[in-house]
Ligand binder design. Structure first.
Ligand code: GLC
Length: 452
């Protein structure tokens, strides 16, 4: 087969048509309903015991954020008038040995990072008491301050944590680190934090999405629709549901997706995540390039063994490659050299750019389909305005991603998107800030009980 046809085949494999988007929306709706009623579903639909803030919460709170490549500690001052200010925000890089050894090592690492950071910022001990913890992995919650890990995602494998209450693990690590006052009062997912952080400012926000190392979303559901559980002590009429949409599996997989899944740390799981999120997009491109070069379609005159290295093609290259507007595609050439492909023809570089485009466009269109499904689950006829808060490096740093999402949403809901019935809002630091807002909600509720 000529190389032009091979590239066209890849593009066809990765295309997501408007009809396929509509099918994803239908399948999402039925999986969501089943997950809410406790039947078998690829969507866990986890009740979070969190309601949206009122915007009047006040005070300074510390938040921890564990989710992907970094561990972040931040302090947020809530002013009580729908505005807030980050007092400090510091991150510690999570080395591979920290996330893949024992749970104790991971939790001790976090506690010591907190200790160092709050010492540098001379935070008063009192302010370390009520801490919100964004823990961005699937947990089964029995309340706002307890959650057991269902299973790790995104390459984390730290032993001895699955099935354990991560709030307890964190509080014990604080004690071991000599921080007896530090206490987690709320545990939350990054999607929930993002939604809460945005809705502190904007009451129309009812969906929170992460497009970063992993991908997931949460939304506001009526408690009466969550028929699988009863919620003693939770009096609000709505609760945020952590969908864990990364695990959605009603999808058309290409042979490349099957390979990625097979060699992942969690085969058979997180299939949507493996097609959409930053942890996998570069790897998909590498696998496609490898196959195309083996079939003699590209890189015929050079050594391409470099393409055999798992994770050798970083996701961030995709956006740089797509945006290369130089005449001979010099940036593409530089990136290929960086990964070890020393010589490339102009036709090779054009092929690489088309493959990157196909992979990232599919990711954005599937992300858009999932967003459309969630918004129409809340409001099937789109009668009200909805703000979708999005945080995550992929959405923030990949220039074409937000544009592709908007295009896809316009295809399915032309009127609502144009008339701002669906507003997509980049919510930077939402994943950290929201945990501080939730800690404030918990403190207010406790103060109320103490007063009554
Ligand atoms: C993974 C986690 C999920 C998280 C998402 C984004 O999918 O399972 O809990 O929200 O990554 O960080």
């Amino acid at each position: 087969m000529r190389h032009v046809e091979l590239i066209k085949n890849v593009e066809r494999d990765f295309a997501v048509t408007p009809d396929q988007i509509k099918k994803v929306i239908r399948d999402f709706h039925s999986e969501m309903r089943e997950g809410l009623s406790g039947q078998k579903s690829s969507l866990k639909m986890i009740p979070t015991y969190v309601e949206r803030p009122k915007g009047a919460e006040k005070g300074t709170f510390i938040a921890l954020d564990l989710g992907g490549t970094n561990f972040r500690v931040l302090a947020l001052e809530l002013k009580g008038n729908r505005t807030s200010e980050i007092l400090f925000s510091k991150k510690a890089v999570l080395r591979k040995d920290v996330i893949t050894a024992s749970g104790r090592k991971l939790f001790d690492f976090m506690a010591h990072s907190v200790k160092k950071i709050i010492k540098i910022h001379a935070t008063e001990p009192d302010k370390t008491r009520n801490i919100g913890f964004t823990f961005s992995f699937p947990i089964k919650q029995t309340g706002i301050n307890s959650g057991t890990l269902i299973g790790w995602t995104k390459g984390f494998t730290a032993g001895g944590v699955r099935g354990k209450d991560v709030v307890r693990l964190m509080n014990s690590a604080f004690r071991r680190a000599g921080l007896p006052n530090a206490k987690i009062v709320a545990i939350t997912n990054d999607t929930v934090s993002t939604l809460v952080s945005k809705s502190y400012e904007d009451p129309a926000c009812d969906v929170g999405v992460i497009l970063g190392t992993g991908t997931n979303a949460c939304y506001c559901e009526k408690v009466k629709n969550i028929t699988k559980s009863r919620f003693a002590n939770f009096t609000a009429g709505e609760m945020l549901i952590n969908i864990e949409w990364g695990n959605f599996n009603k999808l058309r997989l290409t042979p490349y997706d099957r390979l990625i899944d097979k060699f992942s740390k969690n085969p058979g799981k997180q299939l949507l995540e493996k097609m959409v999120s930053g942890m996998y997009l570069g790897e998909i491109v590498r696998v496609v390039l490898k196959e195309m070069s083996e079939r003699g379609a590209i890189f015929r005159k050079t050594d391409k063994t470099a393409l055999n290295k798992k994770d050798g093609f970083k996701t961030e290259y995709i956006s740089a490659i797509e945006n290369d507007s130089t005449k001979e595609l010099y940036h593409v050439n530089d990136i290929l050299k960086t990964i070890g492909v020393s010589k490339s023809l102009y036709s090779d570089r054009k092929a690489v750019r088309r493959i990157c485009r196909a992979v990232s466009k599919r990711a954005a269109r599937l992300g858009a389909a999932a967003i459309a499904a969630v918004v129409t689950k809340i409001d099937p006829r789109l009668l009200k305005p909805h703000t979708v808060a999005i945080d995550g490096s992929l959405y923030e740093k990949h220039a074409g991603f937000s544009r592709d999402i908007r295009h896809a949403l316009c295809e399915v809901f032309p009127t609502a998107v144009r008339k701002s019935g669906i507003k997509i809002s980049l919510t930077k630091d939402g994943s950290g800030k929201g945990a501080a807002v939730i800690a404030a909600i918990v403190k207010n509720a406790r103060d109320r009980v103490a007063r009554d």
